[in-house]
Ligand binder design. Structure first.
Ligand code: R5P
Length: 272
C-alpha cells in the first residue's frame, strides 16, 4: 500500500486505537429526508465526536462546515430511490470529485445474492481500479435486501467477495458468529447499525462486534434517531475506542438523555 492510501486510512481509523467511529448520514441518497436527517441541525453537533463522516457530496457541499476535523468518506453509488429496485445502483460520483472534496475514502454498495449482483460487484472493481490510481481507499458496503439472510455464512461470503475484489474496508451487518466473518475477511470490517433498536441493544451489538474483531462502526439511525444522539455517539465511542462494556456505555448514553432534558437558563432545552 502506498503513502496516499495509508495516510487517508489513518484519517479514518484513529492512529491511537486503530479503530473508527464513522457517522453514517448518507441515507437521503435513496430515502430522501428520513427521520433524524430532515435538516441536519441535530447532526452538526455530533460531527466532532466522529472520526469520519459517511456522506454524499450534496450534503457535504451544502451543509457541512469545510473546517470540520472529521475525515470524509464519500458515498459514490446511487441511482434508485426507495420506491425502485435498490440493487440497480451505478457509480454516480467521480474520483475527481472525491479528490476535489478532499475525501479520505469513497464508499459504495454491493448486492450479493440480489438482482444486479454481478453489475454492483463489477462497479466495485471499476471504482477500485480508479481509486488505486489516486491513493483513495474504497469502502465496500454489503447491502442486505429484504429477502437476504443475515447469517455468518451469507455475510461472510459478501465480505470476502468485497475484499477479494480489492476493497480496503468492508462495512456490513453484525450477526451471530461474527468472528467467522472477520476471520474470512483480510481487510478491516466496520458494522452498520441497521434499523433503530433500543439503545442497550445497539450498544450490546457494538460491543459484541468489536470483541469479535470489527474495527469500529459506520452507524447512522441508532445514533441520530436516538432520544439522545449525543449520548449515543459518546457511548459508541467509549466501546470502540476505550473498550467500555455495553453497560458502561449505556451509563454514558443515560447521562446524555438527562442533560438533554435539563432546561437552560433561558428556558430552552440545553444541548448535551
Ligand atoms: C445505507 O443506507 C447506508 O449505507 C448507511 O450508511 C448504512 O446503512 C449505515 O447506517 P445505519 O447504521 O443507519 O444502518
Amino acid at each position: 500500500m502506498d503513502f496516499g492510501i495509508k495516510n487517508r486510512l489513518s484519517r479514518i481509523f484513529s492512529p491511537r486505537t486503530g479503530r473508527t467511529v464513522m457517522l453514517a448520514v448518507d441515507h437521503g441518497y435513496f430515502q430522501g429526508p428520513t427521520t433524524g436527517l430532515r435538516d441536519f441541525s441535530n447532526i452538526i453537533p455530533l460531527i466532532p465526536q466522529a472520526d469520519c463522516l459517511f456522506v454524499t457530496r450534496g450534503i457535504l457541499r451544502n451543509i457541512i462546515d469545510p473546517r470540520t476535523g472529521a475525515a470524509i468518506c464519500l458515498r459514490v453509488s446511487g441511482g434508485p430511490s426507495i420506491l425502485g429496485e435498490l440493487s440497480n445502483e451505478d457509480l454516480i460520483t467521480s474520483m475527481e470529485e472525491a479528490i476535489r472534496l478532499n475525501a479520505s475514502g469513497v464508499g459504495m454498495s454491493i448486492f450479493v445474492g440480489a438482482k444486479n449482483e454481478d453489475r454492483t460487484i463489477s462497479n466495485l472493481g471499476r471504482l477500485i481500479n480508479e481509486a488505486n490510481r489516486y491513493g483513495m481507499p474504497v469502502l465496500a458496503i454489503t447491502a442486505v435486501g429484504k429477502d437476504m439472510g443475515k447469517d455468518a455464512r451469507y455475510i461472510g461470503l459478501a465480505c470476502r467477495i468485497a475484499a477479494e475484489i480489492g476493497a480496503h474496508i468492508v462495512k456490513t451487518y453484525y450477526c451471530p458468529g461474527f468472528e467467522k466473518v472477520v476471520e474470512g475477511c483480510p481487510v478491516p470490517i466496520v458494522i452498520a447499525g441497521g434499523k433503530k433498536m433500543p439503545e442497550m441493544e445497539a450498544l450490546r451489538m457494538t460491543e459484541e462486534a468489536v470483541r469479535a474483531g470489527a474495527m469500529g462502526v459506520d452507524m447512522g439511525r441508532n445514533i441520530f434517531q436516538s432520544d439522545s444522539p449525543m449520548g449515543m455517539i459518546k457511548a459508541v465511542r467509549a466501546i470502540v475506542h476505550k473498550g467500555a462494556t455495553a453497560e458502561e456505555a449505556f451509563g454514558i448514553y443515560r447521562k446524555g438523555v438527562k442533560s438533554a432534558a435539563v432546561p437552560a437558563p433561558d428556558g430552552n432545552m440545553e444541548k448535551v
